[in-house]
Design a protein around this ligand. Sequence first.
Ligand SMILES: C[S@@+](CC[C@H](N)C(=O)[O-])C[C@H]1O[C@@H](n2cnc3c(N)ncnc32)[C@H](O)[C@@H]1O
Length: 268
Amino acid sequence: MSDKSRHDAWSAGDSYDRYMGRWSRQVAPRFVEWIGPAAGGDWLEIGCGTGALSAAALARGAPRSLLSIDPSEGFLAKARANVPDPRAEFRLGDAQALPVADASRDVVVSGLVLNFVPDRAKALAEMKRTARRGGTVGYYLWDYPGGGVAFMRAFWVAAAALDAKAADLTEDRRFPFCTRDGVAAMAREAGLAGVEVTAIEVPTVFKDFDDYWEPFTLGAGPAPGYCASLDPQARERLRLRLFETLPRRDDGSIAMTARAWAVKARIE
Ligand SMILES: C[S@@+](CC[C@H](N)C(=O)[O-])C[C@H]1O[C@@H](n2cnc3c(N)ncnc32)[C@H](O)[C@@H]1O
């Protein structure tokens, strides 16, 4: 694990759902509608986490089958509980060596994952390998460099103001390829055809400051992993800084947005 990825804690499903799942669950259906899959396909999903995209695939993609892979047993357990569906199977696996036969899937998708995979090119090659001719490969990644995930950006701006080391951990520095051009280039370099990109933006409205802050204390994901690594005094300084600086509406809520870049492509 690199120094910068040491906070990428992916295991606790409930904590992930509080921090990210509640927002990724809004992106996933929009993505499935945008890729416009034919009904009755065999789907493969990489990095299912707690099942945000799995649920959307089943609800809106009308698949015959869905195999969802993740390296975290904790997340898989949560996904199985969140998405009870006889068409779905949740299995341990790694994006860089998928336990799936060549050309066996009609739709191969991944949501908010590829930036965390050490060898992204290998993961994309695996997505391409497992898709049938004429099939669809699609994925989406947060627009970290464009400041697209405002709640995360606000956290890191406050953290970096108090701790110089935090500046290097921010997702915009770690994942500079998560731009419109960058996500398209990844697909073209993988040899995918007919590459299209769109932005998917969702509202992220926190009902009050605690609703914003509490998920960062739970440890699942890079920013929460960093937050959990702070001693209690440093964590309290960060909490106070955010409390004082985040813009709030009259009712105390904090209204932000999150934007992902989505890609769809064909296998020729
Ligand atoms: C930000 S979460 C996204 C989860 C889910 N797709 C969603 O949209 O909510 C990132 C996921 O990538 C998974 N992941 C990390 N490294 C991976 C790898 N090498 N292969 C497959 N999945 C990986 C993590 O376990 C985690 O579930």
